[in-house]
Design a protein around this ligand. Structure first.
Ligand SMILES: [Zn+2]
Length: 429
């Protein structure tokens, strides 16, 4: 199976500068080639990879900044562009900007990359034109290198190797028949149908406050100034730190899920809309003025700091599932939080509070997220048992649905109720 291995590079100042130039060359090859494709399309003509590669070879004769970059990296950029254009269409592929796209370039010929271990901690790889680059070997490569990508994240450079690890997907999971439903929420990041949680606070209160301060600092600087650049870098550093915690959490959660369960069911969420703010927030610029809900609240800070990374957990689980033989499926989340898992009656009133579900029909009481996770599992099991019937089991119309009028009354009653009931006993992981 193909797997990625990422290590932090220890480039010399000269190498880092050169890597920056290679990234710049690849970026301008991308932008020039994209503009060329669009120009051709406007004239009703077409230019493909082979013609562009030929013209690139000609351009390299003329420009030193192109010829100094490794040829295969530039070619790879054209191949990536070709694939992006055929997948998304020439007009939907984005330009690469200097600020929005940190340098990244790929060496496609893995067989030609020599890798040597120097000692317990360090190894080095020989990359075309860059020469020997040292990296911290934090885990074994474990396979044959297919290609290598060098990229910068903030101030650090990294190398990712794509390796063929020689492992194959097992025919059957180690725990046949085991299944779990996952409810993704705000109070707990992920609640399992067996009553356990996967939870972590990614940004502590202090850090959220600090991020707000950094954002205010940034807003006070003038465009194009050195202070603005520094303020942006400090904010990005904090966001990166929190992002890494999220990545780590996603990997650990994915590992736990894939190794213990043969079937993992997620709810299909439009995660892009999940960061909508619920309350107005104070405007940092104008004291006493509040920003409205919606677009402003969703941008920037909120997205990077308060994100729970649900999508990442699903992706990581899918990736890990290749090694354990786990099936990962998603179901429509409609009604999962309002349906009783015991008697299947759907009633908004059953959800007493954020934490408590008490069925209005049969009296079944449970932690609301656990009940939702169980419904997700039920829907997933049904879908998994008959995958190609054309009817999505998760989206089934509820049988015993309480009328809309009753639901509206319940919502109004909930809004007026000042005293929240005590949460039910919350199971611990
Ligand atoms: Zn019930």
């Amino acid at each position: 199976m193909l797997a990625g291995r990422r290590y932090r590079l220890d480039l010399t100042p000269g190498q880092a500068e050169f890597a920056e130039r290679i990234g710049g060359a690849c970026r301008s090859v991308w932008n020039t080639a994209l503009e060329q494709r669009r120009t051709y399309r406007r004239r009703g003509a077409f230019i493909g990879y082979h013609e562009q590669a030929r013209q690139l070879a000609e351009a390299k004769q003329e420009f030193a900044w192109l010829s100094e970059a490794p040829g295969h990296c530039l070619q790879q950029t054209l191949i990536d562009l070709d694939q992006a254009c055929s997948r998304h269409g020439t007009w939907k592929v984005h330009w690469k900007s200097k600020t929005g796209n940190p340098p990244s370039f790929r060496f496609p010929e893995g067989a030609k990359i020599a890798i040597e271990r120097l000692n317990r901690r360090w190894a080095r790889a020989k990359l075309p034109k860059l020469g020997w680059v040292r990296f911290r070997i934090t885990r074994p490569l474990g396979g044959k290198v297919k290609n290598a990508t060098v990229s910068r994240d903030g101030t650090h450079w990294y190398v990712s190797f794509l390796v063929e690890d020689g492992l194959i997907e097992p025919e059957r999971h180690a725990h046949p028949g085991s299944a779990v439903g996952i409810d993704r929420g705000v109070a707990k990041v992920a609640t399992r149908s067996d009553g356990r949680f996967h939870h972590q606070v990614f940004a502590r209160d202090r850090e959220v406050e600090h991020a707000k301060k950094l954002q205010r600092d940034f807003a006070r600087t003038t465009k194009g100034s050195a202070r603005r650049r520094d303020a942006a870098a400090r904010a990005a550093d904090l966001a990166r730190k929190i992002r890494r915690r999220r990545e780590d959490f996603a990997a650990k959660t994915a590992c736990a899920l894939a190794t213990s369960f043969e079937l993992v069911v997620f709810e299909a969420l439009a995660t892009k809309n999940m960061t909508a703010r619920v309350e107005p927030r104070p405007d940092p610029e104008r004291p006493g003025v509040f920003l409205p809900n919606g677009a402003a609240g969703k941008s920037g800070l909120n997205r990077s700091i308060l994100d729970k990374g649900w999508h990442r957990i699903e992706l990581a689980t899918r990736s890990k599932a290749r090694y354990t033989g786990t099936n990962v499926i998603t179901v429509n989340p409609a009604y999962t939080s309002q349906t009783c898992n015991v008697c299947t009656v759907v009633d908004r009133k059953s959800r007493e509070s954020q934490a408590v579900f008490r069925c209005t029909s049969c009296g079944h009481t449970e932690h609301a997220d656990v009940n939702a996770a169980k419904n997700i599992l039920t829907a997933g099991r049904a879908e998994h048992a008959q995958p190609r019937t054309g009817v999505r089991a998760g989206a089934r119309k509820p049988r015993n649905r309480v009328s809309r009028k009753a639901n509206r009354q319940a919502t109004a009653a909930q809004a007026t109720a000042q005293t929240e009931p005590e949460p039910a006993e919350i199971p611990r992981p």
